[in-house]
Design a protein around this ligand. Structure first.
Ligand code: C5P
Length: 408
């Protein structure tokens, strides 16, 4: 996507807090509107003391929210509803006050209410006195927010409104605009790529009612599919049986057995750029599927002969040309060693290893803690994080591992 069109039709919420730099938010708004964004301004109770809502209203063409309970407004709490379908929240200027409220979930005016209600992409541009910016509590609040994924555009050095010289001036509006464009571009870093993701367990039937399976919930694969879709990829998700809703905007193919999954993957492989085999594919399946339910009566034991299933990754590795191949290894012992063996054996570009013996990670869990190994056998241990955040961190590495196209 071109840098000039990346903001076209994006819905951006501009939050203005009570700093002398509030007047610079007017320029930020002007640049955003000029770049084609739809901007809605929300002001803190203090911001309206520096600049009138009317200025922002005239430039954005949208109502400006600055009161929590506006008795004249027919739509109570409209300032919270404005975040619906927003693409980005920009707080510029952000005082130590709004940063403290955002870091700690305090909602006591229209802007802080909105910040607590919004869970999407957020960029904060601080502006304050240099001593305030250097204060440990402010630094800790910023650190806390960064850990949650909030982005910051650092204030600049220079003369401050209070007369002192130091770091605290709101970033230049044009630099702010560039940071926003960069954020949208990185959100679209998978644009034009076709991803094939497998997820969930497989069911290998023994008879009409019984089957062999494993406890995979499918959550990691679904998180990867949704994250890649959010970053602009065209995603096909091939899933074994799970109880998770199908992610919107993703082509969904449902299957049951390893054999069915193998057929779907082989059929779609040549049209994909990245294959992520996140599914916990059954390694063995009953040699015979009984037509009728196996009866217990008269049996003191039951022998079932199992045969190995098709190794899907090995099958596609033989057909690989430009595609990036990613495997997963759920291990209960010798995590790195076993994952490395699979990386070599299956000729993968990456393997994601997770230790299923630790409680709270892996199968069924909402969070995961994985080690990523690339084809040069460099390992990277990622922190324990919600699966969707793990998905984004993995995608960050996968995109770097893609063969570079010729410079355009
Ligand atoms: O089961 P295993 O630990 O070998 O799985 C490692 C990787 O191989 C996973 O990415 C899994 O999806 C894939 N796999 C496969 N075909 C199988 C079994 C596993 O592609 N039959």
């Amino acid at each position: 996507m071109s840098n000039n069109t990346v903001l076209c039709d994006k819905k951006i919420i501009l939050g203005v807090s009570g700093s002398i730099a509030a007047y610079k938010a007017v320029e930020v708004l002007r640049l955003l509107v000029q770049a084609g964004a739809r901007v809605h301004v929300v002001m803190s109770a203090n911001a309206v003391k520096f600049i009138t809502p009317l200025t922002f209203e005239a430039l954005s063409g949208n109502p400006v929210y600055h009161e929590v309970f506006d008795s004249n407004s027919s739509s109570l709490m409209e300032h919270i509803r404005v975040i619906e379908s927003a693409d980005l929240l920009l707080i510029a200027p952000a005082t130590a006050g709004i940063i403290g409220k955002m870091a700690n979930g305090i909602a006591d005016d229209s802007l802080s209410n909105l910040c607590v209600s919004y869970n999407g992409v957020t960029i904060v541009a601080p502006a304050m006195n240099d001593n305030m910016y250097a204060n440990l509590a402010v630094k800790e609040n910023i650190k806390k927010m960064k850990r949650r994924g909030v982005k910051f555009v650092d204030p600049e050095q220079g003369e401050l409104a209070c007369g002192s010289i130091g770091q605290g001036r709101l970033a230049d509006p044009s630099n702010l605009l560039e940071s926003i464009k960069k954020e949208f571009n990185s959100m679209n870093d998978f644009y034009g790529l076709r991803l094939l993701v497998t997820a969930g367990p497989t069911h290998e039937p023994l008879d009409p009612v019984r089957f062999i399976t494993n406890p995979s919930s499918g959550k990691m694969g679904y998180a990867l599919a949704s994250a890649a879709r959010d970053r602009g990829a065209t995603v096909t998700l091939i899933s074994g049986p799970t109880s998770i809703p199908v992610p919107e905007g993703v082509r969904f193919v449902s299957c049951r057995t390893a054999c069915e999954m193998n057929d779907h993957v082989l059929q779609m492989f040549s049209d994909c750029d990245i294959l992520i085999m996140c599914a916990a594919v059954g390694d063995f399946a009953p040699k015979q599927i009984k037509k009728e339910k196996i009866k217990k009566k008269g049996k003191s034991s039951l022998d079932i002969q199992l045969l190995p299933t098709e190794d899907i990754l090995k099958n596609v590795a033989a057909k690989k040309d430009r595609q990036l191949l990613v495997g997963f290894a759920a291990e209960s012992e010798n995590l790195t060693q076993s994952a490395l063996e699979k990386l070599r054996d299956k000729k993968l570009d990456f393997i994601v290893a997770n230790d299923i013996s630790s409680p709270g990670i892996g199968f069924q869990s909402e969070s995961n803690q994985v080690t990523l190994i690339n084809k040069d056998e460099n390992t990277k241990k990622l922190p324990l994080l919600p699966k969707v955040e793990i998905a984004h961190l993995l995608l960050d590495d996968f995109i770097k591992g893609m063969p570079r196209s010729e410079e355009s």
